[in-house]
Design a protein. Structure first.
Length: 252
């Protein structure tokens, strides 16, 4: 088992990529704090993994709030004695609006979940890693939208911020043995589009031109496999990198 005994926090764990990451990690022996707003979904996930080598602790909360991000880190220490890996997976879409049509409410919602929440979690996780004194590991879920313009202005900006924060953290804490990497998924079959609502007509029309050349959607399990690599010792010399998992979509 590649993650035996590791204490890991995973956000956005009630569905999609986060759900798949928790499943993969627990089967690899990790003890996981599974974080999301929908407690009943988390409890169903924990029950389904009752016989797995690792354990699941359910932590219900909104990752746009500082108290959730700090509380889930504390929960990992209280339940499992330490923190080894943080996976910032939770995220929401915008409505594909170009910058001239962005409204403040949408901006604030996307930035709070996609940027402020991960920053709070990383801040507390790094503090804990430094206190523990033997390194640590952060995995952020970004998007190909941070690299190519295949979503709205706010979503792309939020994921570009995650990429920059990932690289800065890897650089700043390299002497302390703290690794930080990002995964940039392409089109993955998940529920995230439900957070979009009714798409902006102008923005969605432009994005459709990019989507036309996309491959078939990937699976959440394929993202979980990428996360497993980054969480395990197999990637021990990898830090500050962005692992694109998109079936070759943006390679051209």
């Amino acid at each position: 088992m590649r993650l035996e005994g590791k204490s890991i926090v995973v956000t956005g764990a009630s569905s999609g990529m986060g759900h798949a990451i928790v499943e993969r990690f627990v089967h690899e022996g990790a003890n996981v704090v599974a974080v999301a707003r929908r407690k009943e979904r988390l409890e169903e996930l924990a029950a389904s993994l009752a016989g797995a080598p690792g354990r699941v602790f359910v932590y219900a909360g909104d990752v746009s709030l500082r108290e959730t991000n700090e509380g889930m880190i504390t929960a990992a220490i209280e339940q499992f004695g330490r923190l080894d890996v943080l996976v910032n997976n939770a995220g929401v879409m915008d409505d594909m609006s170009p910058v001239a049509e962005v409204d403040d409410e949408r901006y604030e919602k996307v930035m709070k979940v996609n940027v402020y929440g991960p920053m709070c979690a990383m801040r507390r996780a790094v503090q804990v890693f430094l206190e523990q004194g033997n390194g640590g590991n952060i995995i952020n879920v970004a998007s190909v939208g941070a690299i190519r313009t295949c979503a709205g202005a706010v979503y792309c900006a939020s994921k570009a911020a995650i990429v920059s924060m990932t690289k800065n953290t890897a650089f700043m804490y390299m002497p302390n043995g703290i690794r930080c990497n990002a995964i940039a998924p392409g089109g993955i079959a998940t529920e995230i589009s439900a957070s979009m609502g009714r798409p902006n007509a102008n923005g969605y029309g432009r994005v459709q031109k990019v989507l036309a050349c996309a491959p078939q959607p990937g699976s959440a399990e394929q993202i979980a496999q990428a996360a497993l690599f980054l969480a395990s010792d197999d990637s021990g010399y990898v830090s500050g990198d962005v692992l694109v998992v998109d079936g070759g979509w943006i390679s051209g």
